[in-house]
Design a protein around this ligand. Structure first.
Ligand code: FES
Length: 168
């Protein structure tokens, strides 16, 4: 696995066929910007820059207006995301139970930091607020799977497990 963050990944060569289909679907709908952007994110896992230009062109709005929406709503992502989203809770209960050590271990093992994605797009890592299961602190999640009472050893086991899983 290579070790640099994915910021340098270009979006120049994105196939816009799926984006065009999403726009076609909502073209005549009043207030269609949000469903169009959500549909595009569902297709690509994020909203690629060329898709923003396409939406601006086809819906006849400025790209700056679209960026305004994309940056206002936390649900939208402007960069590619990993197949596996690792979240580690840094809420009070988890912090007290050693969440920082868990976070640092993920950083060390994956060679990425908060809100970064591995270059192979396998992992995105995020520190998050209380996940509502404080009795299992310190807590981590990988996509929808929850891992309680986290330890450094469990971090290594989780990474070994997800390194084996298919990307699709
Ligand atoms: S503080 Fe981590 S789950 Fe509540």
């Amino acid at each position: 696995m290579s070790n640099a963050p994915a910021e340098e990944i270009t979006t120049e060569e994105v196939d816009l066929t799926a984006a065009n289909h999403v726009i076609d679907k909502y073209l005549t709908l009043h207030g269609n910007l949000m469903p169009v952007l959500q549909g595009i994110q569902d297709e690509y896992g994020y909203v690629p820059r060329p898709a923003i230009d396409l939406v601006a062109d086809r819906l006849n709005i400025y790209p700056s207006q679209i960026f305004g929406v994309l940056t206002f709503y936390a649900q939208f992502h402007l960069k590619p995301r990993g197949r596996f989203i690792i979240r580690v809770c840094v809420g009070t209960a988890c912090h007290v139970q050693g969440a920082s050590r868990i976070v640092e271990t993920f950083f060390d093992k994956l060679h990425i930091g908060h809100a970064e994605t591995t270059p192979d797009l396998r992992y995105t890592f995020e520190k998050v607020a209380c996940l509502g299961a404080c009795g299992m602190a310190p807590l981590a999640m990988v996509n929808d799977a929850t891992y309680g009472k986290m330890t450094v050893q469990k971090v290594e086991e989780i990474i070994a497990d997800y390194n084996q899983r298919p990307m699709k």
